[in-house]
Each structure stands twice: as C-alpha cells, then as structure tokens.
Ligand binder design. Sequence first.
Ligand SMILES: [Ca+2]
Length: 198
Amino acid sequence: MTKRRDGRPQWVLGAMLGLVLMGACGGGAPDEGAARRATPLGLDGVDLCGNVCGQGEACEGGVCVGTGLLQITATWSRPGDADLYVLTPGGRLIHYANRGPDADTEFGELDVDDQTGTGPENIFWAVGTIPPVNTYRVCLTAVGFDPAPSPTNPVSYTVRVRRPGKPDFITTGSYTQVTASGGCNFGDPSYVTSFGLP
Ligand SMILES: [Ca+2]
C-alpha cells in the first residue's frame, strides 16, 4: 500500500478528504453559515452552485471541478481568457496545453480551461493520487480580454490553494497589462505565488 511520509495509509487520507468535501456542493439544506462564507467571486461555491457535484468533485463558482489532495483554482473579475499555470516540484508545467494527468504533469490535471468567463480554471491531484512534496509555483496569464487589462480596465484575480488539514491559501491581485507566460518563473508578470507540500 502506498503511504505518505507520515505513514498514514492512502485510503485514510481519502476518507478524511471525502468527509471534508461532503456537502460542499448542494445536496443538503442551506445553512446560515454559507451566506457568511460566500465571496463575490463565488470561490466558496456553496451559494452559487445549483448542481450536486459527484465524488471527487467540488463546486467552484457554479462549476463542478476535480478535487483531491491538492487543488489550485483561479477565478477573475470580468469575462475573458486567463490561463492558470502550475510548476510542479519536479519542474513540470501544467497548463491548458499540458493538461495531464501523466508523468509530464507529475500526475496533476487541469480539468477546466475557461476561455470566455470569469473562471474557474482548476488544476488538481485526483483523490487517490498523491501530489509530489516540495515547492510549487503558480502563475496566471491574462491574454484574452476585451478590452485588454489596463489601469482603467484592470482584471483582478483570486487563486486559492486547497490542501487537506490546512486552511485555504488565497492570493489576490490585479493585472493592468496583458501578462503572458515564460514558464512561470519568479519575477514573471504572471507570477502569483508559491507554496509547499506537505
Ligand atoms: Ca483559460
């Protein structure tokens, strides 16, 4: 049986995650806390989701997306095409043109490439797939907006990292120019943040 470094069997983690995710997307009576937790961008997903997502999925902004032991999700403020990039600890770049899951993404997967809306765009390691440990980099390009991002018409964004047992790690920002990707390096205009596992 595959084990993490802390020695917990994989199925235990999966079961814990399942408990966390249960009820994340409809299927139960609305609770008062949902309204307080909801954000304008719908990253919480509780209030904006009108459907019930399947096992291994979570609702983000009304869309069922994949989730697991690591999930990185981006939304943005006005309709257009932003692209989420995740550079894995092993140096693999996951994005719309390298979606995985396979060895070239260290078995992470991009399941939603939004080109016309406000997200979500979502990269995750599916339930039962253990993401590699060490440092991840996150970039978000803003390449397909009309009007293009500018000081008078910025595109703001929210990127959320979810890991079981830890609070959500949320980074927000705003683009005032077109930002392309050169591979998700520190200092790139599209660079958003870094985080580590475990
Ligand atoms: Ca996109």
